[in-house]
Design a protein around this ligand. Structure first.
Ligand code: HEM
Length: 341
């Protein structure tokens, strides 16, 4: 059922946009009203989620470490696995965000006869996640040509590199193939790997199917249904949207409205979904804190000032007599403590 749901939901979205946009007068809804609503939900929701995280208490120093921490001079510290300064944290963060470093450490466990459990390195998830995310980024950057006039030079270079194999006419973009391959792997993994399948939910399948459909409708528009769309009208609409003076041209094509409606759904859904890991990775205390709890005292900023700290030494001073009476071992004997007093 959970696989069917994502497909049915996306098919319903495609039908709504495909049929709805063909009703006279509805183009304004699909081309202008819904994109504005979606972008407002995206920005508002994104800011809300990040602010909410920023406000949550971080009472303890909890960076994830997996290497030698800073210690005596002759013991070599692993600065990336166990950062102690802000610069080292920034270095680790950079590698995490641009190269998915912690995913690179991914392992897979298997049970063999015996029974015996084995763990081995598994880099496929890292590789295909990287392929998918970078293709998505390049596609979104290339799309900026619809919103900008004149098209910046860097975008033309990016397009040139992306279509360097010059296969077909219009030249095929490598990222169009890569994004589909990446998505198929990420989806297939959830279907084939038993334990990943077991924990997968609708909210894991839906974004994959949705993004896949966005890519497929885009590819259909560019390579197969070129005559169904009017790219000049689309560009006018896109520029109109960002300059707050949108105009709907005479012929735009149902496939474009489907593409745009799926993108709007993605934008509106984004802040309330797991896709928020895009913002969350920056807010994660396990990643953004330095492991310096031995050299720097961390005080919980939410501590109640009325509640004073009570050390063990202070506790023993208060209850030593009773502890001795009850036969509980004490660090300082009664006489010694009284002498000192
Ligand atoms: C999440 C955002 C989006 C994704 C992932 C996406 C994906 C794609 C993909 C994979 C293609 C195939 C060709 C290519 O790679 O350029 C495409 C084409 C296209 N997309 Fe998008 N798209 C997005 C947003 C938009 C938006 C907001 C518009 C509105 C202007 C748009 C309009 C188009 C058009 C007109 C084409 C055909 C391009 C051509 O003929 O060269 N897309 N899209």
């Amino acid at each position: 059922m959970k696989y069917a749901f994502s497909f049915l939901a996306v098919i319903a979205l495609i039908l709504i946009a495909g049929l709805g946009s063909q009703i006279p007068g509805m183009q304004y809804l699909f081309g202008v009203v819904l994109p504005y609503l979606a972008i407002m939900l995206f920005v508002g929701g994104f800011v809300y989620r990040v602010m909410d995280w920023a406000k949550s208490p971080v009472p303890f120093s909890i960076p994830t470490t997996c290497g030698q921490g800073s210690s005596l001079d002759f013991i070599k510290q692993d600065k990336l696995e166990c950062p102690t300064t802000t610069t080292e944290v920034a270095g680790r963060m950079f590698l995490e965000i641009f190269f998915f470093r912690s995913l690179f450490r991914n392992t897979k466990s298997e049970i063999h006869d015996g029974p015996k459990v084995t763990y081995e390195s598994s880099k496929w998830l890292w590789l295909f996640a990287l392929i998918f995310h970078y293709s998505f980024l390049v596609i979104v950057l290339r799309h900026m040509r619809f919103f900008l006039e004149p098209v910046p030079f860097v975008l033309s270079i990016l397009e040139g590199v992306d279509s360097m194999l010059q296969i077909g006419q219009p030249a095929m973009y490598l990222t169009d193939v890569f994004i589909l391959v990446g998505l198929l792997f990420l989806y297939g993994r959830r279907l084939i790997t038993r334990h990943v399948k077991y924990i997968s939910l609708n909210n894991d399948y839906f974004p994959l199917v949705l993004i896949f459909s966005i890519a497929v409708t885009g590819i259909l528009m560019r390579y197969f249904l070129r005559t169904d769309i009017d790219i000049i009208n689309i560009k006018n609409l896109a520029i109109g949207l960002v300059t707050f003076s949108p105009v709907i041209g005479a012929k735009i094509g149902a496939i474009f409205y489907i593409h745009l409606f799926l993108v709007c759904t993605l934008l509106a859904y984004f802040p309330f979904s797991k896709l928020m890991h895009m913002g969350g990775v920056f807010m994660s205390p396990t990643r953004n804190m330095a492991n310096n709890s031995r050299s720097k005292r961390h005080i919980n900023p939410w501590n109640d000032p009325e509640i004073k700290p009570h050390s063990y030494a202070g506790y023993e001073d208060e209850f030593r007599e009773f502890m001795v009476d009850a036969g509980i071992p004490v660090e300082k004997e009664l006489a010694a403590a009284e002498d000192k007093a």
